[in-house]
Design a binder for this molecule. Sequence first.
Ligand code: ADP
Ligand code: ZN
Length: 630
Amino acid sequence: MHTPRAVLKNVFGYDSFRRGQEEIINEMLSGRDVLGVMPTGAGKSVCYQIPAIMSGGVSIVISPLISLMKDQVDALRSSGINAAAINSAMDWDDVRSVLWSARAGKTPLLYIAPERLDGEGFREFLSSLNVNIVVVDEAHCVSQWGHDFRPSYLAIAPAIGSLSRRPAVAAFTATATEEVKADIIRQLAMDSPFVLTTGFDRENLFFQVEHPDDKMSFLLDYTQKFPDMPGIVYCSTRKKTESVCRELVACGIKAVRYHAGLDDAEKLKNQEDFIYDRATVMVATNAFGMGIDKSNVRYVIHYNMPGSIENYYQEAGRAGRDGSPADCILLYGAEDKSTITYLIMQGEDKSTRETSFRKMRQMLDYCHTSGCLRRRILNYFGEPFQRGECGECGNCRSVTERRDITIEAQKIMSCVYRAAEKTGGKKYGPHVIADILRGHCSNASRKEQVTRFGLDAISTWGIMKDTAARDIAYIINFLAAEGYLVSDEFGALSFTERSFPFLKNKTRLLMRRHESGQKPKHERVPDKTDAKRGFFSGGVIDTLLKTVSGKKRAVFSGELFEALRKLRWEFAASEGVPPYVVFSDKTLQAMCDALPSDEYEMLSVPGVGRVKFEKYGHKFMEAIREWRER
Ligand code: ADP
Ligand code: ZN
């Protein structure tokens, strides 16, 4: 195993590097410090594991959570690499044997929590090792500017400084603004590091926003169509989490719940059931997810709109870490806005409220745009989207369902303008504007306001009599999302620099139709020839694959996939590791596609390395053979 590529193939079973990996590995092997900023699922671990395996000495990996360490160590061991972790849950005898093995040079990767470095004894022990590389995982934890600051990360630089020979330092994170990047370099005392930032785009994720009348039936429909696919459903409150989980369970879905109000034992149990594929759906508040490395989450459905795009992308990003297609669906309802407004007013003081409202508005815009959702997200993070539109998200794919709303938009915008004109520049929220347009006030206080200011006498009074208030509100939200109107922190509307040109030029405006009661598009219609092998058509994931590859492919279902999944589960259970540590969904799927029948073919399947082949290869080939003969 003399080259990084050979290690990639033999240990990890992959043929080629992903974006950025090879560059980082080569820089690390040359002894240079490295900062890698790559999105979740991009493959950061391989970037430091390969140099660690090749470097000969010990690499210390500092990781913030026991669960993350355990996952990594399990995965490396299952590929034949003798990695180890030291954590606070271990007794002294175990710690000692790990330390001895490291000192004897038998442990290429040693994972520790940052708190370890506080102890004098441990630092002394470190100096007795041949430490070649120190890796700092989740490096944003070192920055006070970051959202997960961990004071013990500040002990890393002094600990490195106290070693007799300075090792190369490599830091990795998925989230870093320029400020945080500079902070990481400074706090870790990195020495003119090679900095690599790959984009934020996660190509395998499918984004969609739905406005269902009945969120629960949408969710049931979806989960019942994909009953064996692991997924996360995020809710905004504990109460909602409870009720959604209860309903799913009542309908036969293997769902578990997670929120901060549960006792630790239940949280741990539910989390493990989900990670080990004993439960299929995790219904949770945002308390769930940090440090969860489960790579085969096939969808993340937001039952409620989160408070900001940062939060949304972080939570949705827990889908598809293995690089296989996964759905990120947001179910929007008008009540979501009130919930968040309430949470902000209750939980925050004046100084942060304005920012929170701004973030909420950007999130609302995401829910109401007809434009490309992927581009929205990337632009939000300051990344231009080269392709213009992705062509694959829910909005890009629904071009045919767009409706011309030019006339309605003109009426609404004129109304906003006239109302302000009438009352000396005063601004009004969407409800008052809708009432004026409909020529009818839906409650007494608004009626009072409207008559007092003479708004029932302006030229736009009653010009949209026949349109439902809800539809008007929808178009207003759309106009705000597309920048034709802007609303302040109280929701009051005013013009932007796009407003007058629009009215003047009568630009044609198309809006994606979110009809009430809209049926989800992913009807699962297995067809006869494909059923056996595992194809089904029409699913969101399936359609995505078709769009991407231009041809039909098997997608995580069908007899063979299930048989392999079962076998994987048996291996995982007997080894006490999560199933995705044995093989990822993507690898199982590749087996379904390739139907390997000998060693050479099996080793060509991405994710099957030498050691895994020895351990599992024959059993999996046997299962494939049995299925073929059936
Ligand atoms: P991150 O830490 O960046 O979130 P991981 O290191 O967990 O991502 O990698 C995500 C998944 O991608 C893992 O299943 C990993 O085995 C896989 N992977 C990493 N590098 C490659 C590669 N070069 N080819 C194919 N799959 C890869
Ligand atoms: Zn798109």
